[in-house]
Design a protein around this ligand. Structure first.
Ligand SMILES: NC(=O)c1ccc[n+]([C@@H]2O[C@H](COP(=O)([O-])OP(=O)(O)OC[C@H]3O[C@@H](n4cnc5c(N)ncnc54)[C@H](OP(=O)(O)O)[C@@H]3O)[C@@H](O)[C@H]2O)c1
Length: 257
């Protein structure tokens, strides 16, 4: 199926590795030019190079943090130079490690950090880049949240609280931007394989084994299974889907819809 996004300009945040990198590949595979934004310039350049070589599209890099106003202004300027973003995919960095249960989250510094990395960074990027999209008559904004915002998961207190905040923020945006032809949705993953990550895992072995049993499918989801849903929400065909959260969690959420 042709998703109809060839030649569109797609911003993907937190894209120097992990999910953000994979989402940028998925959009580039559909012919979109991509703008990659994360803090580590070297990693961004490597991702840009592999995207350009593999997909034959343009990959532009901007090094900076989602939580730094000056960095986001530079990002907005770069997008403006290239005609403005058509598609914005908001991936965030991880919440503070180690993950903890609600009553264990007693340190204000961790709450402050989680607020900035999980919620404020998203708002900062939206404030910086969305005004450029308003007169285009078409746009797609997709935020990666977490299935935990619908069905809170053990040891995910910080992520749950602020991803619920992102979900509410996106719902408001969807209502405001619909008349401008811009759709705004969330993708709420859980249990997506992150074996790409090196170094300390966020989960103990026991937590990892427990997590696999949380879905009827009895396994982790792949990055491709997540990225395919995001690419679809960025497509022409998804034009009548807005204000929604699409769960990509192998059926972990027990609710009917
Ligand atoms: N896997 C799942 O099942 C699942 C479920 C729900 C939610 N999530 C969420 O999905 C997101 C991505 O996960 P992942 O596994 O891909 O993480 P990851 O491999 O740790 O990658 C995180 C990316 O975020 C970038 N980043 C961190 N802080 C940033 C900032 N302030 N500004 C810009 N970029 C920043 C990092 O690059 P730099 O260091 O270069 O900035 C890196 O490219 C996380 O928020 C995670 O909590 C995952």
């Amino acid at each position: 199926m042709d998703l109809g996004i060839k030649g569109k300009l797609a911003l993907v945040t937190a894209s120097s590795g992990g999910m953000g990198r994979n989402i940028a590949h998925a959009l580039a595979a559909e012919g979109a030019n991509v703008v990659l934004f994360a803090r580590t310039e070297e990693k961004l350049r490597a991702v840009a190079q592999e995207i350009e070589q593999r997909h034959g599209v343009r990959a532009i890099t901007v090094a900076g943090s989602m939580t730094d106003r000056a960095d986001v202004e530079r990002l907005a300027e770069k997008l403006r130079e290239h005609g403005g973003a058509d598609i914005v995919v908001l991936v965030s960095g991880r919440p503070p490690n180690p993950l903890r249960d609600t009553l264990e989250e007693t340190e204000q510094a961790r709450w402050d950090e989680a607020y900035r990395s999980q919620l404020w960074g998203v708002i900062e990027v939206v404030n910086g880049v969305v005004p450029q999209m308003l007169d285009r008559g078409w746009g797609r904004i997709i935020a990666v949240t977490s299935a935990s915002a619908k069905q809170p998961m053990a040891v995910h207190a910080l992520s749950t609280v602020f991803r619920a905040g992102v979900t509410a923020y996106m719902k408001g945006l969807a209502n405001e931007l619909g008349p401008k032809g811009i759709t705004v949705n969330c993708v709420a993953p859980a249990l997506i394989d992150t074996s790409h990550r090196t170094g300390a895992s966020a989960y103990t072995e026991a937590q990892a084994a427990y997590r696999k049993k949380l879905t009827p499918l009895g396994r982790m989801g792949s990055q491709e299974e997540l990225c395919g849903v995001i690419a679809f929400l960025a497509s022409m065909q998804a034009g009548f889907v807005t204000g929604s959260t699409v769960a990509v969690e192998g059926g972990m959420i027990g609710a009917l819809f």
